[in-house]
Write a protein that binds this ligand. Structure first.
Ligand code: FAD
Ligand code: MLT
Ligand code: ZN
Length: 462
């Protein structure tokens, strides 16, 4: 444990109070290991400020003492960006969880960065409104973390990712100053756009303390379907057709074979349809009037592409289909520590990628397997690599898959971000000029490099 000057630690403690300045390893443990268990570190102090002004005071003290900071929300991130890897202090935003009254006229709400997605969804739903982004970590992930990672989730096909939901932001910069622009004007061309800049910045440019979010009418009439296919090519072709023919399309998710077998074992339920299939789509339509007919017609229009179809109209039947998709991440973790690769491909290269990856991986590491699933409507495939018998796979596997993605013109990070896990691969998608511009932005806003120094930018560029 770093010997930070005791007087600095006392200063931190006096700002948040001793109950919210944690030092004992059993109290800090939940903050210092990431969700996957792959990334872990130590922190001399975990600080839990009550509001933006306490948080700003902490940053001022850290800045003048030259101490680095890792901001953390729900610690559900999957790229190792939310944990202290080099003895940084950790600032948790979990107490900044206030939801202000919903602005029904504007269909917007201002919430604290530490509010969980579920809390924000529940709050908005009382006014018949909904948050545009939804994901399985909803009970723990926070609005601040979702903005910092530009989270995607299951409804990007309809509403876009987190960046598209943020109209205004309040944040603490690296010198402890606070920027706040929360008016939520739909049109506001008064210079640089801080929400856009902070979305996806992974805690490297500022610590988000509040956000003004765009909300959407809550669509209560819903219908879900699971559709089984013989091949990835058929699932991709069907996805394109559903996107063209279904105005109420809310989600198009995919589960490939390994993932379906794994999740069905994990939840102790048989594969609902197409036991020998290679790919399953989980499709959801949502509208203000019953969209079941529209979905049925669109599935008919797929002709002979599907092997089999199951439809869920009531809440229980829909939840039964969705659990095969939402429980995959948990199922994978029961088999060891995965290397989580999260990629996007253009529609024309998707099936080729999915078909080639298993052979590519086993050439390098015989015992490694790829568990693939994701958000097919956005071209986003989650490639989870598991090593033999619970061990971690060889790093060369990550290297080969990510080079292959780049070769096919895809992105090495669709929605999880770069974190520490992918930073040495960033050059595959970003040119030297782009990385130089990244470094210039970082050093303008964080000249001493104290904000989340181990993520996003490749080591050699710092
Ligand atoms: P954390 O994990 O705490 O932090 C993530 C990053 O954001 C870190 O770099 C951290 O430093 C930074 N950060 C956190 N709060 C702030 C702040 N206030 N200001 C500045 N920086 C901050 N992700 C998707 O995109 N789509 C999915 O469908 C999806 N599904 C998931 C399902 C499961 C079961 C799990 C475990 C994770 C899933 N994730 C998904 C990943 C994760 O939930 C998201 O990345 C989420 O946005 C992280 O939010 P968090 O509050 O937990 O952030
Ligand atoms: C998901 O879509 O379920 C997630 O992004 C989580 C994961 O990749 O494991
Ligand atoms: Zn995802």
């Amino acid at each position: 444990m770093t010997k930070l000057d005791k007087s600095v630690l006392r200063e931190f403690e006096s700002i948040v109070g001793s109950n919210h300045a944690l030092q004992e390893p059993d109290l800090t443990a939940g903050y210092t290991t990431d969700w996957t268990g792959r990334f872990a570190g130590e922190s001399p102090m975990v600080l839990r400020p009550a509001d933006a002004s306490q948080l700003a005071e902490l940053v001022k003290v850290a800045a003048s003492a030259g101490i680095s900071i890792v901001p953390q929300g729900g610690n559900t991130g999957l790229v190792g960006g939310s944990v202290p890897l080099d003895q940084e202090i950790l600032i948790s935003t979990l107490r900044l969880d206030q939801c202000e009254p919903v602005d029904v006229l504007a269909q917007q709400v201002t919430v604290g960065a530490g509010a969980t997605l579920t809390k924000t969804q529940t709050h908005a739903s009382r006014q018949g409104l909904d948050v545009g982004v939804d994901l399985a970590a909803r009970d723990s992930c926070t609005i601040g973390g979702m903005i910092a990672t530009n989270a995607g989730g299951i409804n990007v096909v309809r509403y876009g990712a987190m960046r598209e939901q943020v109209l205004g932001i309040e944040a603490v910069l690296s010198d402890g100053s606070i920027i706040s622009h929360l008016e939520g004007l739909e049109k506001d061309n008064t210079g640089y756009n801080f929400p856009g800049l902070l979305a996806g910045s992974e805690g490297t440019l500022g610590i988000i303390t509040k956000a003004r979010l765009r909300l959407h009418p809550q669509l209560t009439e819903r219908c879900s379907a699971m559709i089984a296919f013989n091949s990835a090519d058929d699932a991709v072709a069907a996805t394109a057709q559903l996107r063209r023919s279904l105005p109420s399309l809310h989600a198009v998710e995919v589960i490939f074979k390994e993932a379906m077998h794994l999740v069905s074992q994990h939840i102790g339920a048989s594969i609902p349809i197409g036991a020998d299939a290679h790919a399953w789509l989980v499709v959801e339509v949502a509208a203000s009037t019953d969209p079941t007919e529209e979905l049925a017609k669109a599935i008919d229009g797929l002709g002979s592409l599907p092997l089999d179809v199951a439809v869920g109209t009531d809440t229980a039947a829909r939840a039964n289909l969705w659990r095969y998709r939402e429980k995959i991440t948990e199922a994978i973790s029961t088999r060891g520590t995965p290397h989580k690769l999260d990629v996007t491909l253009g529609a024309s290269r998707l099936a080729e990628f999915v078909n080639e990856v298993p052979a590519l991986i086993s050439q390098i590491d015989e015992g490694a397997t790829a568990v693939m699933f994701g958000h097919l409507g956005d071209g986003n495939v989650h490639v989870n690599i598991l090593g033999a018998m619970g061990s971690e796979p060889n790093d060369k596997v990550d290297d080969a898959v990510l080079h292959y993605v780049a070769h096919l013109g895809g992105s090495i990070s669709a929605e999880h971000g770069i974190g520490t896990a992918k930073k040495e691969f960033l050059h595959l998608n970003r040119s030297e000029s782009e990385l130089a511009a990244f470094r210039a932005i970082k050093s303008a806003l964080d000249p001493n490099g104290i904000l989340n120094p181990n993520v996003l930018l490749p080591t050699e560029s710092l």
